[in-house]
Design a protein around this ligand. Structure first.
Ligand code: ADE
Ligand code: ZN
Ligand code: ZN
Length: 298
């Protein structure tokens, strides 16, 4: 076999760099927005206060997009491996010591950032970023292929043709293409209408089950199980259309709904002991001295 010289590897290295650098690595915008808006309706008043203190006017649908918006900023390169968790091909479950060394995967990141978001020893800026990361990674971990295999970058390297003419890859199909197909299956549909539909279709029993387990390792293992099915179901010609969409729609809906419900439940747990930063003004005690001063405005 002819050995490659260093220079003959250069075009290949360039190609790999383009493939790695350009792959989309999150639910598309809509996935995060849907999960965020489902979660908004389920927050306790206390969590709402905490979120307003940290995020100001941003709601969860908007805040969940930030971790993707900063991906081009090299200051945040350290966060790139936190969008997913990968396991060996022949394994059915994620093992943290093996697949998430030093907590550097989506599972570890969620635990770490939820704790940081409510850590009153941290600055407001640190807590705000931690909250935005946690929101995003909880969404990501519910996209099945964000628990996948490293050798093809969670399906980013598997070319797929969708609905006849969309040249995409397996990962982006699940991040974006199938969700957009669902959104546009209704005239005038957008991500909010899909979120509302998912909210109204949620079976209470499933909701209770989703809420009962807030361990991100469980969420990752659920995704990994779906990923296995996705690989088994992929047609040999990598062409997917209406039949593939229809048979996978219940899974997509369930992952988005579970993501929203768990995001809310995780935040409600995180901020259960939250003390509002600005305490309500204490009325001065009434005593002889202040009886004769003019009344304070309400
Ligand atoms: N890059 C490597 N593995 C990935 C995955 N599972 N999801 C998204 N991006 C990845
Ligand atoms: Zn992401
Ligand atoms: Zn992705």
């Amino acid at each position: 076999m002819r050995r490659r010289t260093i220079s003959s590897w250069i075009p290949l290295a360039g190609l790999i760099a383009i493939t790695v650098g350009s792959h989309a690595s999150a639910w598309g915008q809509e996935g995060h927005q849907i999960i965020g808006v489902i979660a908004m309706t389920r927050l306790t008043p206390q969590t709402r206060v905490a979120i307003i203190e940290l995020l100001g006017n941003d709601d969860l649908a908007t805040a969940g997009l930030w971790a993707d918006q900063i991906r081009g900023d090299s200051k945040y390169d350290w966060a790139k491996p936190l969008h997913y968790v990968n396991a060996p091909r022949n394994e059915n479950t994620i093992v943290l010591e093996r697949d998430c060394a030093k907590g550097e995967c989506a599972v570890g990141a969620i635990t770490r950032f939820l704790a940081e978001a409510s850590d009153s020893t941290k600055s407001i800026e640190e807590r705000r970023d931690a909250l935005k990361f946690a929101i995003h990674f909880i969404g990501d971990l519910h996209q099945p292929l964000h628990a996948g295999y490293a050798d093809d970058l969670g399906g980013n390297r598997i070319p797929v043709i969708a609905f006849g003419d969309i040249k995409t890859n397996l990962h982006a199909l699940w991040d974006t293409v199938l969700i957009r197909h669902k959104i546009h299956s209704k005239p005038g549909g957008d991500w909010r209408t899909l979120a509302n539909a998912l909210e109204s279709e949620m079976p209470p029993k499933e909701v209770a089950q989703w809420e009962s387990n807030l361990d991100p390792l469980v969420w990752g293992n659920e995704s990994l199980a779906v990923t296995r099915l996705i690989y088994n179901d992929l047609p040999a010609d990598a062409k997917v259309g209406e039949a593939y969409y229809q048979s996978n729609l219940p899974t997509i809906s369930r992952r988005l709904a579970a993501g929203g419900v768990r995001l809310a439940a995780a935040l409600n747990k995180t901020f259960a002991n939250h003390q509002p930063a600005v305490k309500p003004a204490v009325k001065p005690a009434v005593n002889k001295e202040n009886l004769d001063v003019s009344p304070v405005s309400p």
